[in-house]
Design a protein around this ligand. Structure first.
Ligand SMILES: CC(C)(COP(=O)(O)OP(=O)(O)OC[C@H]1O[C@@H](n2cnc3c(N)ncnc32)[C@H](O)[C@@H]1OP(=O)(O)O)[C@@H](O)C(=O)NCCC(=O)NCCS
Length: 173
């Protein structure tokens, strides 16, 4: 398989329809087995819909990887969404990193992660946190290779219902 060329840039208003499509698709791939259809629809509406991206564009960091003019991956990052054990408000968080399934394993995830970590606001932070489902071995291995270490674990609940265990990983800069 030929390695595809890709570019990385900030998301623009005109990208949001396609970004939302990719975000929904990768959300279903990631969580389709563990969430009910109603929970999945709610997650998508709250965190992957065009309305959601429209509301945060320009306020939060969203960067895209594009290959042949198609969005093949995205990363979201910024302030801590919740406090982690021993974290301070000057730390930062990698919120979401998703690569389209046809384009994984080609260096795109690593390039998007490096771009996020090189953002001036992220560079100033002492620690970068993220959370990841404890069954997502591929992502855990990927993050370990990029210098993140498991520092804690927690459980994800939706409306009081247990969904899954996740790991908290931290990279000291
Ligand atoms: C996890 C994910 C972001 C990785 O992105 P990717 O584009 O597939 O990974 P890359 O091709 O950039 O790989 C970068 C490095 O990680 C390594 N890597 C990737 N998958 C790995 C695995 N399963 N085990 C060990 N190392 C792995 C690669 O070998 C590569 O190493 P190198 O730097 O020595 O060349 C991507 O697979 C993905 O989007 N998965 C589905 C969504 C997801 O799980 N997101 C994270 C949720 S928190």
């Amino acid at each position: 398989m030929a390695i595809k060329k890709f570019i990385i840039r900030d998301a623009k208003r005109s990208d949001l329809k396609e970004l939302s499509r990719l975000a929904k698709e990768t959300c279903i791939e990631a969580f389709g087995q563990v969430l009910t259809n109603t929970q999945l629809e709610e997650q998508i509406a709250q965190t992957r819909s065009e309305d959601y991206f429209n509301a945060i564009l320009g306020k939060e960091n969203i960067m895209l990887a594009l290959s042949e003019n198609q969005i093949v991956g995205y990363v979201q990052f910024g302030s801590l969404r919740s406090s982690f054990k021993n974290s301070t408000k000057n730390d930062r968080e990698l919120w979401r990193l998703y690569i389209d399934s046809d384009n994984q394993g080609q260096g795109i995830g690593k390039a998007l992660l490096e771009t996020a970590l090189n953002n001036p606001d992220m560079k100033k932070a002492k620690n970068i946190y993220l959370d990841v489902w404890d069954q997502n071995k591929r992502a855990i291995n990927f993050y370990k290779k990029q210098g993140f270490k498991v520092v804690d674990k927690n459980k994800w609940y939706i409306d009081g219902e247990y969904i899954l265990n996740y790991l908290i990983m931290k990279r000291e800069q």
